[in-house]
Structures are given as C-alpha cells and as structure tokens.
Design a protein around this ligand. Structure first.
Ligand code: TYM
Length: 329
C-alpha cells in the first residue's frame, strides 16, 4: 500500500474539472492505500476571500468529498488550517526555497500578471506550503490534474534539497496525472482550463449545478462550425473537450463516442454530453444534501484533523531536529 495525499482549495464550488481530474480518482485509490485528502483553506487565502463565503465553501467541500465517495473509514479527510503542522513545515520549506524558482511558477506568473502591487506574498510562497502538505505524511504518490505538475516538480526538488542539506527525512513523492481528463477546458473558451474562479459562470459546471443549469451550460458551450463530432484537440478544442467529459462520465471510450455520434449534429451531441454529466452529478448532489447539515460531518473532520496532526507532528519533530530548531533532541 502507498501513502497518498491530495488537496483541493475551497475557493468556490468544485467544478466538473476538479471532479474528473482529481476527485473521481481519489475514491478508487482509497481501497488499497493510505489516503489523506485535505481542504486547503490556507492556500485559498493567498487571494482575497470573503469570510463567511470561505467558511461555507470549506464545509461544502468537505461534504462534496464525502458525497463523491470518500469513505472516512478508509481515508483521512481534514481541513489544512486545523493541523498547524502545515504552516510550520511550510515556513521551514520557504527557507529552503529560492525566490527565483518561486517566481518561475506559471501559476504565480499568471495570477500576478496584472502587476505585483496588490498580490499577496502568500501567492509567491504557495508552493512551499503545498510541498509541506505532501511531505508531512511521507507521501508516495500525489494524484492531481495537469495544472499542478510544476508544483509537484518543485515539491520533489525541495524534498531532495532538504534531504541533502540537512537529513534524509522526506519521501520524494511521485506525481500521478490521469491519461484522460487531466485538463478539462472552459466551456466558453476551450483553450483555457475550466476553473472554479472563472468570472463567467457559463465557463464551468459546478458539482452543485442542477439539471437545467447543466443542460443549458453544455448547450451553450463553444464548439466550431464544421459539425463533425471528432476528437482533435488541436483543431476542434471545444468538441474534444465535450468528448472527454462524456467519456469520463460514462466510461465509454472516445472512439465509441465518435461512432455513437457519427452523422449526428452538435445538438444531439450536446444533449448526450449533458445527460451523461447529469447522471453522474445527481446522486452526488443527493448525498451532499444529506451531509451538509449533519453533525456527522463535524465528527469526521474532527477525527481527520486529529489523525493527521498525530502523523504530521512526528515529521515536524524530525524536520526541526534536522534544521536545529528549538530544543528538540
Ligand atoms: P485546485 O483546488 O485548483 O484543484 C484541485 C484538483 O483539481 C485539479 N483540476 C483539474 N483537473 C482537470 N481539469 C481541470 N480543469 C482542473 N482544474 C483543477 C487540480 O489539478 C487539482 O488536482 N494547489 C492545489 C491544491 C493543493 C494540493 C496540495 C494538491 C494544495 N496542496 C497538495 C495536491 C497536493 C490547487 O490549487 O488545486
């Protein structure tokens, strides 16, 4: 069995992209591995968040993890800010990170593109905190979508650098990116990734969108004018994205789907994609409704934070000792 860690930011409602690229795979992994799944609220505050909205998003994300099939008897589900070890190790790793390498992270470059004045320094030091999340638990493997690949490479570098410089305490984690669905694209601009913080609501499907909304968003998805349902990300990014979505939702291969829609127009195609998405999200939403107000949810998060803290604190002791901090013997 491997140790697995992954996290999602509570910076809005989880999208279909998060589900296909990450969440959907978590539930399969938990059967044979030690899994930690985290609600990374400290990452969320690297950009402005409204207090009450953030609180709501944290709880909602916890309920969604469970509704998607995370089983608290198999996996440890917890909130990052409830385990202080994350920021503790995050600081230590900031002190082994170079400003230059952090400035080269594409996510930082994108988010600070409008000028650095209003950009928090947390946005720059976001990756060492992410590295801390992972390295605290001797993680062997991190399942994420394509957009996190660079952060994972940095995590591996930081682990190795620390191990060489101080003491060999960290496991250098592998990254696992799915073959299909690693980058679900925006429905309105299929050259951009689908993101929960997109200002255009029509660009993404939230896991809590109702049937009507889902159908409407899929029907207004940007495609092209040649009317052929064929997978060709280069020339037909919109159609290819919808094919990827349907394939991820039904388990049918892209080839099967191309056959299914042979000789049919985009109207039929979008109807099919929309129905496939609804079929996956409906049962998740039903479980979500039952969980969101429950005391059980708090109990699970309390237990999760306790279990995670216990493991993480062991690593904090080792890291402090390696660096010579405090009086750890
Ligand atoms: P976040 O919250 O942006 O996204 C959560 C997960 O969803 C994946 N993802 C996508 N996959 C496919 N298509 C998309 N359009 C799409 N958008 C997002 C992400 O790759 C991710 O796997 N920095 C991380 C959170 C994090 C983390 C960690 C992840 C903090 N600490 C430790 C792994 C391990 C983030 O912002 O993900």
């Amino acid at each position: 069995a491997k140790t697995i860690f992954s996290g999602i930011q509570p910076s809005g409602t989880v999208t279909l992209g998060n589900y296909i690229g990450a969440l959907k795979r978590f539930t399969k992994l938990q059967d044979d591995n030690h899994c930690y799944f985290c609600i990374v609220d400290e990452h969320a505050i690297t950009v402005p968040q409204e207090r009450l909205k953030l609180k709501e998003n944290i709880r909602s994300l916890a309920a969604l993890y469970l509704a998607c099939g995370i089983d608290p008897d198999k996996s440890t589900l917890f909130i990052q800010s409830e385990v202080p070890a994350h920021t503790q190790l995050g600081w230590m790793l900031q002190c082994v990170s170079y400003i230059g390498e952090l400035e080269r992270m594409t996510q930082f470059k994108d988010k600070s593109a409008g000028g650095k004045e209003g950009v928090s320094s947390g946005l720059l030091t976001y990756p060492p905190l992410m590295a801390a999340d992972i390295l605290l638990y001797k993680t062997d493997m991190v399942p994420v979508g394509e957009d996190q690949k660079q952060h994972l490479e940095l995590t591996r570098n930081l682990a190795q650098r620390f191990n060489n410089k101080y003491n060999d305490i960290f496991t250098v984690p592998e990254v696992s990116i799915p073959k299909e669905g690693a980058r679900i694209m925006s429905l309105q601009d299929p050259t951009k990734k689908m993101s929960k913080s997109d200002e255009n609501q029509k660009a993404f499907i939230s896991l809590l969108d109702d049937e009507k909304k889902i159908m409407k968003k899929i029907k207004s998805a940007v495609t092209d004018s040649d009317g052929v349902v064929k997978f060709d990300p280069e020339n037909k990014p919109g159609v290819s994205n919808l094919l990827t979505i349907e394939s991820a939702c039904t388990g049918e291969s892209i080839q099967q789907l191309e056959q299914k829609y042979e000789g049919k127009g985009y109207g039929d195609f979008k109807q099919g994609v929309g129905e496939a998405v609804v079929a996956v999200l409906k049962p998740i939403q039903e479980r979500y409704e039952a969980l969101i107000q429950s005391e059980e949810l708090d109990y699970i998060l309390d237990e999760g934070a306790e279990k995670a803290s216990y493991e993480a604190n062991k690593m904090i002791r080792k890291a402090k000792k390696a660096m010579g901090l405090g009086r750890v013997k």
